[in-house]
Ligand binder design. Structure first.
Ligand code: HEM
Length: 539
């Protein structure tokens, strides 16, 4: 009798086949992923307070909002979806997106003792950039930040400085107008890249105001747009130095993005290592360059002081750098501190103004009735050819309303941050542990229908008259609020007003693609990507 197979044999065979087909690597990988995800689900469900928000991803939390799409738009969408307080996690840091002015009193406190004097926690990128302890923007060392803020503010505040800025802005506008007149001489309806022109303008302008450096950005922009080669319009030696400085600063802007967004953990990987080394070199060149001209200026000031040279005979320009050096004794602030303050004046003051100017042109081109009213006001105050002075600026309320309304719809800093490493916070019904980052969603707040009727429409009139009584304080914050608000606010408002007044009385602009939305790229601020417009002489 032969061996008979057990009845369940076919079933065993099938099971055996199945088992042999299972790849145990997948099982282990699945188990590993489950074990990684589990703490996040646990954390999500058991947070001390349950503010709404998306489920954090394993290890990276909600870091994908930095990796996919536009960060500012992603945060805007999260506020739309989850409401006024939205809880996310980024690399182990709890981050709360706030999009209502109701919760900002404490975070935007104007007190020197506020626990929210820091903007963001310390990162290895900030340390590499030296920004953790120098300058203002990302300085986490509060005594040092206070020290610098005092010098920064004192240098920008004197009325004489504002007058000087107005004068420099007018000079740059006149140079710009010369170039534009040349460009449209034979060809009305010429297309120009407004983003590039405004970038060149703000760069030259800031060069004069910050460090007295004569730059040639507009000249180069002119040559580029008219296809002239550099040799035809010679770049002077002084301008050449300015051009090197401008290029180093532009590379520095890329370095900022690298150090802030690429974690140190990755700096030694192939390819990334090359970039890390390149940016390190850029930082070193830029520092050497800056320290050199700060020392030269200090020396010049010292010599003139000792020889009692002043007024017309002085060769020292009365710019921000001179202000920083002369308002103190001995070596305080040190060349390193001065260097960082100057650097931040450039990085915080050029892109922001460029984007704001482009937004204004964009909105006015879409609303010619508001442009007409603004131009009428400008002509009635300064006429067709007179030079604008700082005393004319308060007489332009509608122009100011246009600027405010543009900054409401397109705030160049769509999100600002506050952070306390040592104090728990209660916001609404929610409790947040110390170390939580608060992302204040200015762009979302600015479009809140509770405070702005027809929030998506361009209505400059809402900023006329006693608007500060009608609009709650924190509902409109293009320059932030409190101790870390923008120290360049008055300067920028004056600069933008002068530019609009000088340019709009001569020209009008039509968008090349009027149906396209305005395009920004968010790094730390919203940068305009491209804006083409037809430029026409005003009749
Ligand atoms: C349209 C132009 C500008 C806009 C819309 C703007 C907006 C802002 C905003 C929203 C902040 C953050 C405020 C907060 O967190 O409460 C800020 C900070 C800052 N801005 Fe501006 N800004 C502009 C131009 C300038 C200019 C021209 C300068 C330099 C003169 C400047 C220097 C700074 C600095 C140094 C900080 C950091 C302050 C600190 O942390 O203590 N900004 N700006």
């Amino acid at each position: 009798m032969g061996l008979s197979l057990p009845e369940q044999y076919p079933i065993l065979i099938t099971a055996g086949n199945l088992i042999s087909k299972i790849n145990f690597y997948y099982i282990f990988a699945g188990l590993f992923i489950y074990l990684m995800i589990r703490p996040y689900i646990y954390y999500y469900k058991n947070r001390k307070s349950l503010a709404p928000g998306p489920l954090p991803l394993p290890l990276i939390g909600y870091w994908n909002i930095f990796l996919i799409g536009d960060v500012a738009q992603n945060k805007y969408n999260l506020s739309e979806k989850y409401g006024e307080i939205c809880d996310i996690t980024m690399f182990g840091h709890r981050c709360v997106i706030i999009s209502s002015p109701k919760y900002l009193k404490e975070l935007f406190s104007p007190s020197v003792h506020s626990p929210y004097l820091r903007r963001l926690p310390l990162t290895s990128g900030f340390i590499e950039l030296g920004m953790d302890r120098e300058g203002l923007l990302l300085n986490c060392d509060i005594p040092k930040w206070r020290h610098n803020r005092k010098f920064f503010q004192q240098s920008l505040s004197p009325p004489s400085f504002l007058q000087l800025c107005t004068k420099y802005t007018v000079e740059c506008c006149e140079e710009n107008i010369d170039y534009w007149n040349c460009i449209i001489k034979d060809n009305q309806n010429q297309v120009i890249r407004l983003d590039e022109w405004f970038r060149a303008f703000t760069s030259d302008m800031m060069g004069l105001v910050a460090a007295g450096s004569k730059e040639a950005s507009m000249k180069i922009q002119f040559m580029k747009s008219t296809n002239q080669i550099y040799k035809e319009k010679k770049i002077e030696e002084e301008e050449n130095k300015g051009e090197i400085y401008r290029r180093l600063r532009s590379e520095y802007a890329d370095a900022l993005g690298f150090y802030i967004f690429v974690p140190k953990l990755l700096w030694n990987l192939p390819f990334i290592r090359v970039a890390a080394k390149y940016y390190k070199n850029i930082l070193n060149y830029l520092t050497d360059f800056e320290i050199q001209f700060i020392k030269e200026r200090k020396q010049q000031i010292k010599i003139e002081k000792e020889s009692n040279i002043s007024g017309q005979n002085s060769k020292v320009r009365p710019d921000f750098l001179t202000m920083l050096i002369t308002q103190n004794i001995d070596d305080d602030p040190s060349p390193d501190e001065i260097k960082q303050n100057i650097r931040e004046m450039f990085s915080a003051g050029t892109g922001t103004t460029t984007t704001t100017l482009c937004s204004i042109v964009y909105l006015l081109a879409k609303h010619p009735e508001h442009e007409e009213r603004m131009v009428k006001e400008i002509l009635s105050v300064i006429g067709n050819d007179d030079r604008i002075t700082s005393s004319d600026l308060p007489k332009l309320p509608f122009t100011e309303a246009v600027i405010n309304e543009s900054m409401r719809l397109y705030p160049v800093v769509p999100i600002t941050y506050r952070y306390s490493p040592d104090q728990d916070t209660k916001i609404g019904d929610y409790h947040f542990n110390k170390g939580t980052i608060f992302a204040i969603n200015l762009s979302h707040i600015h479009r809140n229908a509770e405070y702005f009727e027809n929030p998506d429409q361009f209505i400059p009139e809402r900023f006329l008259g006693n608007w500060k009584e009608r609009i709650p304080q924190y509902a409109f914050s293009p320059f932030g609020h409190g101790m870390r608000s923008c120290p360049g606010k008055n300067f920028s408002m004056a600069e933008i007003k002068v530019i609009l007044a000088t340019i709009y009385r001569k020209y009008t602009f039509k968008l090349v693609n009027p149906n396209e939305p305005i395009q920004f790229k968010f790094t730390l601020v919203n940068d305009i990507t491209k804006m083409e417009a037809y430029i026409e002489r005003r009749k």
